[in-house]
Design a protein around this ligand. Sequence first.
Ligand code: ASP
Ligand code: MG
Length: 421
Amino acid sequence: MDDLKVFKFGGACLKDAQSITNAGTILQHFEGDKLLLVVSAVNKTTNQLEKVVNAFFSGNEEAVHMLQAIQYEHVALANDLGINDPEALNEIEDCFIDALWILEDQIQDPYDYVYDQIVALGELASSKLNYHYFKNIGIDISWLDVRDVLRTDESYRAGVVDWNITQQKSQEKIAALLLTNKVIITQGFIGSTQDNTTTTLGREGSDYTASILAYCVDAHSVHVWKDVEGIMTGDPKLYKNATLIKQLSFSEAIEMCYFGAKVLHPKTIKPIQNKNIPLFVRPFGDVMNPGTAITADQNFVYSPIVIIEENQVLVELAVKDFSFVAEHHLSEIFAILKDLKIKVYLMRNTAINFIFSTKYEEVKIAKLKSCLEDSYFINITNDLTLTTVRHADLDFARKELGMKKVFFEEQFSHTLQLLHN
Ligand code: ASP
Ligand code: MG
């Protein structure tokens, strides 16, 4: 379907009636084009729904009221958008019914499973609400339940995509819908198992959905609309000299996401790279501005790119028995890191030490200590920052980024990493 563009609107672009109206204007600008719209939950609904799940699991009877408040907010937003057809309003309201049933009952299922059943409603309600609004303003649109096409395994909160089935189903369904309407709206972030149980792809997963569907139907391009100008050379809140990157290769974008740039869900790039489908990160407020184009072209010269991860810890392990750190130590340590789902950012070994940095997560670090303290002396340094600099050297880093003491530094190819405070 090389004439189909995939658009993704995140929650910040759908945060209130004004921004949804703006999304409608963008669609009108593309009148006549075939579009597949992937939408996130509106505004901060996903965070609110997470709170509902947590309240339910901690026995807080407010959980039901918290969900009803979210339901009410959606209906109020529909009213603000001038949606007054009772059937349409019922459809939006009804998205929450299954979850209300779950909350009115005893806890019967594991947390991750329940989480997915409840949190997925944010995307469903958003897609219904936006569908009715876009239809009202004259967009030639149909609604697709993405769970009919996006198949995952049963890893709740981290569904693993079954590419063959997803490809086959999405091609069939999307082709059929395009026969009657030019625009299709569907949900990001969610999928379904073989038994039709809802799963999610992990937080911020809607970018990934856009890319999965684009891959599966061989789309023309993916356009991720954001409330920023495009991808910057750094987070402007942390790096004041950040500038817009107009063009980026797939591989540079993957590296940036890997090192922690919060521009796109890290799994987004690979599928579209495999099919050579360009991705544009575009400013929501300016439809004429192409933002950042991510393509296969490798011939760009980049300005320094700065990626800052705060809240890191440095873990130093020293073997107690004075043997050298060898492969068997490393495999033992990594088995524990894997079990505890601890991600290693930087690492190095010396004769008797293995040192690495990771994100500070209190419970995980405590568990790590208890698993390793029999065999290793452990020293942990908190409150560090990991700065990754691409396409620049140490002089640049020291000059541009105020750092006090550097604890660990590593350079390979175009990547310089510094752990500092
Ligand atoms: N609504 C989900 C989240 O906030 C997915 C997404 O926005 O991409 O994580
Ligand atoms: Mg969201």
